[in-house]
Write a protein that binds this ligand. Structure first.
Ligand SMILES: [Cu+2]
Length: 70
């Protein structure tokens, strides 16, 4: 299992948190997603044989947010 912290810009409220969480959870191989709104940080645990950071970043961008570093 791979554990990553991703900085995501553009999240302003619980609705954004829910949108990002659902989007990332919809990917294959994700085991856990948590969001710290104050830190703009998305923490993801995933199976790196089934998904990767590119897929996760693309998904976050797809739902309207900006991935700052990964
Ligand atoms: Cu929001």
């Amino acid at each position: 299992m791979t554990h990553k912290n991703i900085i995501v810009e553009g999240m302003t409220c619980e609705h954004c948190v829910e949108t990002v969480t659902k989007a990332v959870n919809s990917l294959d191989g994700i085991s856990q997603v948590s969001v710290d709104l104050d830190k703009k940080q998305v923490t993801v645990d995933f199976d790196d044989s089934r998904t990767d950071m590119d897929a996760i970043s693309s998904k976050i961008i797809e739902v309207g947010f900006e991935v700052v570093l990964n």
